[in-house]
Design a binder for this molecule. Sequence first.
Ligand code: IMP
Length: 425
Amino acid sequence: MSNTVLIGAQWGDEGKGKIVDVLARDADVVARYQGGSNAGHTIEIGRERYVLHLVPSGILYPGKRCVIGHGLVVDPLALVQEIRDLEARGVTVRGRLEIGDRAHIVGPWHRRIDAAREGRAAAGARIGTTQRGIGPAYADKAHRAGLRLGDLLETGWEECARERLNETNAQAAAAGTEPLDTAQTLKDLRAAGEALKPYIGDTVASLAADWRAGRSILFEGAQGTMLDIDLGTYPFVTSSNSTAGGACTGTGLPPKAIDRVVGVVKAYTTRVGEGPFTTELNDAMGEHLRQRGREFGATTGRPRRCGWFDAVVARYAAQVSGVDAWAITKLDVLDEVETIRVCVAYTCEGRRYETVPASARILAACKPVYADYPGWRCATSDVKQFEALPAAARAYVDELCRLTGVPLGILSVGPRRDSTFRLSL
Ligand code: IMP
């Protein structure tokens, strides 16, 4: 059985949850490897709609083992709530979910610091974070001042938490904001640690055993390539490696455990938060895509910025993660568009760019070079196979694959499970 890494190839929100849901059928194990509750993976099954933040989307497939790898930063309080909500809706989590004991925790102080930094930042320096404490938690990890989930099962962690709380409260006092209640925060964390006890384990060891036993592992990426801390539009990024390499560092499985990489792209582009977005549409077409595509954040409810497909971004994503096949989502959102544009290159100060420049300043100044394609002007959301699509829709999808040099594996034309069909995967 093969092991697959699934990554977002744009700025997140590509519809990864839905594609995981399709690929999970063939997997024995579904493992998340980075990010935290900043992610919001939406899956619709029949009339039920689930939004998962920390728990892998594979949990909605009965019997699949799910792993939260140590590369995530886990908010214990949010995770306990998510598990309770799933169990209340009849999804069995106990006995199926394992959480890496090496994963760092996001404490309430991290959320507080995240919000304070965003509040203080000058307009041009604001990241537009989800305010889930992700950056500060990864910063503490890199500072070697973090608390790990495994620590909650031992004694002595309260001292470290108290130190972090004191620091945060001193900053809060200086900024004239309310301090966090130390006793209550420690009590909440203690209770969450207790509730998570049955789930916490050595996932490095158990995933290695899964691999050795030939069980098929699906690595579920969160966010997207352009939000990767190293490869994205820094500093307008998240704080983890959302590209395929993160699957190894975030689970402890070696690169040779990975057999293939599937990249997820929308048939257009969206972005939440600040930062450069070359194909952004601040006009009626952008609004049309937002309304038709229901482009509002699953975690924060924020309206997403919308624009045309950016083949430069997708090509770059394919290169840095070694994408073997695309899963293209939300093709149906373009059903009514007369002429569809695709960005094939950028120009800036007389220079042509075929790949994404490192500098966010240069990228922000880049102008898109567009190629235009005729729309199909009819509904595609009930189509069940590629060949049944209108010719112009097939031509558009073929063109996205040609421009990016990656074949099509999966196509999705709607939110329902049966609106996603597999071609080569
Ligand atoms: P953070 O991860 O909350 O620190 O946010 C950093 C940037 O990543 C902001 O622009 C967020 O909007 C963006 N971001 C974080 N998680 C997601 C996601 O799951 N989908 C889309 N954007 C995200």
